[in-house]
Write a protein that binds this ligand. Structure first.
Ligand SMILES: NC(=O)c1ccc[n+]([C@@H]2O[C@H](COP(=O)([O-])OP(=O)(O)OC[C@H]3O[C@@H](n4cnc5c(N)ncnc54)[C@H](OP(=O)(O)O)[C@@H]3O)[C@@H](O)[C@H]2O)c1
Length: 385
């Protein structure tokens, strides 16, 4: 069997390293044609020594000579920074580009991959939040596939499985609720980054872990689901499900609801995106429902966790407002991780940025870049950074 040639952007992160575990499990199916990371250079160097990709890309700040020598020893072409990422994403002969970058930095590599005619397995939800309209237009015009890695969207993809979109009443995204789901508002004043980084069910990168604690993650996912599946935001609901066993649900017009369940392990949705439409054995543990005993669900507290409402507001306005919200969130989360703002300041700062940033209408990628840059500068001023 011909091996599928993968390009893995963000190979040193939580999703990237788990993607490489899936590749190791199915070496007969996959070859690694490209790897990219930013700052964890030693790990990237070990990955290129193991997988021998044709090309690899490191962040701008690296010792270029050292990086080029390390890559050359493995027969790998070395690239750098944003330009290198875009070239790698468009590399000729790739079978699938896995985008596991974090933040809006993922948008332009996704567009480069799609424009080059590559299918994309997307973990980087910020791609569709900041540039969903442009990306989906490019996906349609190039006739490529965008396969979701996010567990909720992988669940929806499996439940929809070619069914007539006209028969869908609602998409229901599940949320773990994060570590503070039962906290009353007054206790959230004292929350620090070290508390927020203790996620109850998932081990993830820092940014998505904080997004999960604020419920911004669910807001970003609602926008992602809207673009991926063409369902209007008012028909995308969120329900808190602390056990993280039901990954999302589709309600059909006859009242029937389909759900996808598994133990929380990202290697399952990653593998499904890599092998779709096939299903293969995986490294994931069996789901023992009798041992679990019960599964619980409740409505999210959108008053306390204000980010979810901001996301509905951003997608209702459309244009470049979702890109502004996304950039403001990235700046606010970075400031929270450095203890420069409190937990409850995150939605406050993003909301102010959304109301006050001067943003261009959406005509093309240049407007998203401009809105993103304006939002970052303005949010930094609001925070005093
Ligand atoms: N982790 C999860 O379980 C999970 C689940 C669902 C969805 N997601 C989504 O998947 C994406 C990745 O999340 P993650 O948790 O894997 O993040 P992460 O652990 O922080 O990893 C991010 C990766 O992106 C690289 N990177 C960051 N900025 C870059 C840049 N400017 N240029 C090149 N590489 C860059 C990092 O490189 P260095 O490490 O070398 O700096 C790292 O390899 C996010 O959009 C997240 O929301 C994650």
């Amino acid at each position: 069997m011909k091996k599928k040639r993968l390009i893995i952007l963000g190979s040193t992160g939580s999703i990237g390293t788990q993607t490489l575990e899936v590749v190791r499990r199915h070496r007969d199916r996959f070859a690694v044609a490209g790897l990219a990371a930013n700052s964890r250079f030693d790990l990237l160097a070990r990955q290129i020594a193991e997988f021998r990709p044709a090309m690899a890309c490191a962040g701008e700040d690296h010792d270029r000579d050292g990086w080029q020598r390390a890559a050359r020893r493995c027969g790998t072409v070395a690239a750098f920074g944003a330009g290198g990422l875009a070239r790698l994403a468009a590399l000729r002969g790739a079978g699938l580009v896995v985008n596991a970058l974090v933040g809006a930095a993922g948008l332009e590599p996704t567009l480069a991959a799609v424009t080059a005619g590559h299918d994309v397995a997307l973990a980087n939800k910020e791609t569709l939040v900041a540039g969903g309209e442009l990306v989906m237009r490019a996906v349609r015009s190039k006739g490529v596939r965008l396969l979701p890695i996010d567990s909720e969207h992988a669940a929806l993809h499996q439940c929809l499985d070619g069914r007539d979109p006209a028969t869908v009443r609602r998409l229901i995204l599940t949320a773990s609720g994060g570590p503070f789901r039962t906290h009353p508002r007054h206790r959230l004043h004292a929350v620090r980054a070290r508390h927020a980084l203790r996620h109850p069910t998932w081990r993830m990168g820092q940014k998505v872990t904080i997004d999960s604690a604020t419920l911004m993650n669910k807001g970003l996912e609602m926008i992602e689901a809207h673009h991926l599946f063409g369902v209007p935001p008012r028909r995308i609901a969120v329900v808190v499900h602390p056990e993280s066993i039901v990954h999302s649900l589709v309600e059909f017009i006859d009242g029937s609801v389909l759900a996808q369940l598994s133990v929380p392990d990202m290697r399952l949705p990653i593998q499904y995106a890599l092998t779709w439409p096939e299903r293969l054995p995986s490294l994931v543990r069996q789901c023992d429902l009798a041992a679990l005993g019960k599964l619980t669900f409740h409505a999210p507290d959108a008053g306390t966790f204000g980010c979810l409402r901001l996301a509905y507001r951003a997608i209702a306005a459309g244009g470049t407002l979702p890109a502004v919200m996304n950039a403001a969130n990235e700046v606010a989360v970075a400031a929270f991780l450095e203890d420069r703002i409190g937990f409850l300041d995150i939605p406050r700062v993003i909301g102010r940025a959304m109301r006050t940033v001067r943003r261009p209408p959406l005509r093309g990628i240049g407007d998203i870049r401009a809105a993103d840059a304006a939002a970052r500068a303005h949010t930094n001023t609001l925070i005093g950074g």
